[in-house]
Ligand binder design. Structure first.
Ligand code: HEC
Length: 140
């Protein structure tokens, strides 16, 4: 009959947390896959080789040739750690590159499946190629 009881005054909203409505909306369009493809095809057509992409392909083919991908993947653990985990492990360490260059050229002993085995080296004699692979791994 008498409707809702009145709320005590203390329950009034005080509006303590108000945000200034100055959110800058940035909407610059990201490059679409198509525009990247066009760029690549264009570059290929005029005989340019975009260095970064060429390196990626060379690195991946050396990894394949060296059987690395049997035990490693970029983002999931197989027999060995993912390249992303290795990148995270070495992030910010000044000697990361030197350590991994040594690791991938000197067949260090590691535990593989509980057994001591020597870790494979990259199948190349070219230091620059080894460094490219190491940098690629560290930038995953
Ligand atoms: C038979 C499996 C196997 C193959 C083939 C293999 N790895 Fe590994 N790799 C491992 C294992 C297991 C570890 C972990 C060793 C450890 O932590 O002691 C490892 C560790 C690593 C690490 C991390 C080293 C560190 O200091 O954290 C890198 C980088 C790596 N491998 C790269 C490669 C590359 C590049 C190749 C190809 C030349 C390769 N692996 C071939 C099993 C393999």
């Amino acid at each position: 009959m008498s409707g809702m009881p009145a709320l005590p005054g203390s329950a009034r909203s005080r509006g303590a947390f108000r945000f200034a409505g100055s959110h800058a909306a940035t909407s610059s369009p990201a490059p679409t896959p198509n525009s990247i493809l066009t760029l690549l095809l264009g570059a290929a057509a005029v005989g340019l080789s975009p260095a970064v992409l060429a390196d990626d392909a060379a690195v991946e083919s050396l990894l394949k040739k060296s059987n690395c991908l049997k035990c490693h993947a970029v983002d999931k653990k197989k027999e060995g750690p993912s390249f992303r985990d290795t990148a995270a492990k070495y992030r910010g360490k000044a000697d990361a590159e030197a350590k991994l260059v040594a690791f991938l050229t000197t067949n260090p002993k590691v535990k593989i499946d509980g057994r001591d085995e020597s870790h494979d080296s990259l199948k190349t004699r070219n230091d620059a190629d080894v460094r490219d692979v190491v940098r690629w791994i560290l930038s995953r």
